[in-house]
Design a protein around this ligand. Structure first.
Ligand code: NAP
Length: 337
């Protein structure tokens, strides 16, 4: 059997209680299936690793059905077409889609979308043109109603969504404060991403004061990727009519003891809008957002640090890394070149 005869898959074996990791998954080999009508056989190049995956493998995942035990782990990614019975897709074309954690899937047309390589490279499509970048774009511009000159606070700022959200606010001439874990991530955000201030939440003894010390005029927009005590500290520093973009709550995802926010009353008195969203709410506007992001990449104003793990077998460990803060940038697995 050669490597092109079989499809390596990673299946969900058990639902985690706390952190997810390799012990909850199992590798499986299955023969490659030639495509039928309306299908293509693709070779996975990059598979995205996302915090939402932890919720997809929970018993009650929320806004999407749970991945069932024994199924291939759900994942988005970028792939190369090997054989195609889909009109408009030729061998050699690059696509993005719902690939799952597998090397050589055969997928229907609805799961695949041909990449426009005039916008960026395959790596750009997993990074600054990918779903986390779209999340940052719509979260900042549509939900946060970003205005030039605002003071913007971003948590999880060194991560996939946070890096892009922070840079969009800088491009829009805002004062941007990033919250991240550790001196190296904070230095990167100031020196490479150009943030005005950073806060290392792991070193801060009092996050409310740490924010107040650098946001002396208060915070107009808080882009929340982490929830919990960070959201509470941000609320204490919000300005009248400020916006809180509820993008994610990684500090609470899979947590056995959810943190209760105690100071929501501030939002009433200060007329603060707190709004959650899911990036797919804006699906019909993706082409417009990607054109904007591609323009900013080409102009040298937008970049994304990627954190690539080598080999499909690293995917489960990657999922754990998101929750321990061991990723530094947009995390993905490089499956083939
Ligand atoms: P990421 O930020 O690249 O990686 C996760 C980061 O979260 C880690 O590197 C770590 O950074 C931080 N973290 C982990 N545990 C934490 C804790 N207890 N307290 C504070 N920070 C913690 O991940 P991402 O893909 O960009 O996702 C960021 C957030 O956006 C997630 O909450 C995700 O669910 C959300 N999201 C939402 C949508 C949507 O449609 N609403 C779409 C995509 C993603 P530090 O080292 O700085 O701690």
């Amino acid at each position: 059997m050669t490597q092109l005869d079989y499809n390596r898959q990673i299946l969900l074996r058990a639902r985690p209680d706390g952190l997810a990791g390799p012990e909850h998954f199992e590798e499986f080999l299955t023969p490659v299936r030639p495509p039928g009508a309306g299908e293509a056989l693709v070779e996975s190049m990059y598979l995205s690793i996302d915090p939402a995956m932890r919720t997809w493998i929970a018993e009650k995942p929320g806004y999407v059905p749970a991945v069932s035990i024994g199924s291939v782990m759900r994942a988005g990614g970028v792939a190369r077409v090997l054989q195609s019975k889909i009109s408009g897709l030729e061998p050699g074309d690059l696509v993005q889609g719902r690939l799952g954690w597998q090397t050589l899937p055969t997928l229907p047309a609805i799961a695949l979308q041909k990449l426009d390589l005039s916008l960026g490279t395959a790596e750009d499509w997993i990074g600054p043109l990918g779903t986390s970048a779209l999340t940052a774009y719509f979260g900042m511009k549509s939900v946060g109603e970003l205005q030039p000159g605002s003071t913007v606070l971003v948590s999880g700022a060194a991560g996939a969504v946070g890096q892009i959200a922070s840079q969009i606010a800088k491009i829009m001439h805002c004062r941007v404060i990033g919250i991240a874990g550790g001196a190296a991530k904070c230095a990167f955000l100031r020196e490479r991403i150009g943030l005005d201030h950073t806060i290392d939440y792991k070193a801060s003894k009092d996050l409310i004061s740490s924010i107040a010390n650098v946001a002396k005029m208060g915070v107009d927009i808080y882009f929340d990727n982490v929830g919990g005590p960070t959201l509470e500290a941000a609320l204490e520093n919000m300005n009248h009519a400020g916006r809180v973009v509820l993008c994610g709550r990684i500090s609470q995802t899979g947590s056995a003891a959810p943190y209760g926010i105690k100071n929501l009353g501030i939002a009433i008195g200060k007329r603060i809008k707190l709004q959650g969203f899911i990036v797919s709410d804006f699906h019909d506007q993706y082409p417009h957002a990607r054109a904007w992001l591609a323009g900013e990449i080409k102009a040298g104003r937008l970049q994304q640090r990627l954190h690539l793990l080598d080999g499909l077998e690293k995917a489960p460990e990657g999922l754990r890394m998101l929750f321990t803060g061991d990723n530094f940038g947009k995390l993905a697995v490089k499956v083939s070149h």
